[in-house]
Design a protein around this ligand. Structure first.
Ligand code: GTP
Length: 239
């Protein structure tokens, strides 16, 4: 393992939208291949990797209210969506020779292993990538919060949150041209500004446990690689 690694164990959070094509929904396999390639490069550097996948490309919990569905039911539908994404990601990674295990927070033994922390740690020690699916297994929690929780449980040193934009901005850069990008922001300021890029439950959990979060875009090649080598990419949320 190169001693120059800044982070040796990471939790990569990939939102469902990152798996979709231009239309923003469904699974776009060329995109999945691109992401897998980015992951492979980092894996080969000896980085221990856990992945939390979202499900927004298939179903979003917030859509439930618009459709007249209970929030909790909508959230369970979202959890199932993350499992579909996890299986797709597992397949694409394994086709590249990267060994993975999917663990679900909601038991679904015929499809994947249930989440067992000590087992996840063992897989990581053996150099396997563990893909966490099903969020926390509870409604009212996002997959960002699930990412923070699992990151803490597996002893990850950082959460890398892949988004559509290159970091955290003072306003939505897709809507506001004046928006400025932060290189670094404190947890407190992030929460005070009510920034939408990550929910406050997730950020609070990271703040209380001093777990840094790097928000970045997966669109540029070698982004994850640069981050684990300590280069300034995206925005870091820390104390
Ligand atoms: P080690 O014991 O560390 O070697 O881990 P392992 O995951 O290789 O061993 P195990 O024999 O537990 O698993 C072999 C395969 O079965 C792996 O692909 C697991 O993901 C899969 N597997 C293990 N438990 C379950 C389960 O409860 N459900 C499903 N669907 N697959 C499982």
């Amino acid at each position: 393992m190169p001693s120059s690694l800044k982070w040796k164990r990471i939790l990569l959070k990939i939102g469902g939208e990152a798996l979709a094509g231009k239309e923003g929904s469904g699974i776009f396999f060329p995109r999945l291949s691109w992401i897998s390639e980015e992951i492979r490069k980092v894996k080969e550097m000896g980085v221990s990797i856990g992945i939390m996948v979202g499900g927004g490309n298939i179903w979003r919990g917030e859509k439930a209210a618009q459709e007249g569905i209970d929030r909790a039911t909508g959230d369970y539908m979202g959890m199932l969506a993350t499992i579909i994404n996890a299986l797709a990601l597992q397949d694409v990674l394994e086709k590249r020779g990267i060994i993975t295990r999917v663990q679900t927070s909601i038991e679904m033994k015929e499809i994947a292993e249930p989440y067992i922390r000590r087992r996840a740690l063992r897989h990581l020690e053996k150099g396997r990538i563990v893909i966490f699916a099903g969020g926390t297994g509870n409604p009212y929690f996002t997959t960002d919060t699930a990412a923070a929780l699992r990151a803490l449980e597996i002893g990850a040193q950082v959460i890398l949150k892949a988004t559509k934009v290159e970091g955290i901005y003072s306003a939505d850069p897709l809507k506001d041209k004046e928006a400025i990008k932060f290189d670094r922001i404190g947890y407190g300021e992030f929460l005070r500004r009510r920034l939408k890029v990550m929910d406050s439950t997730a950020v609070s959990l990271c703040m209380d446990n001093k777990l840094p979060i790097v928000v970045f875009s997966l669109d540029k090649p070698d982004s994850i690689k640069k981050i684990v080598l300590g280069e300034k990419v995206g925005t870091i949320v820390e104390d």
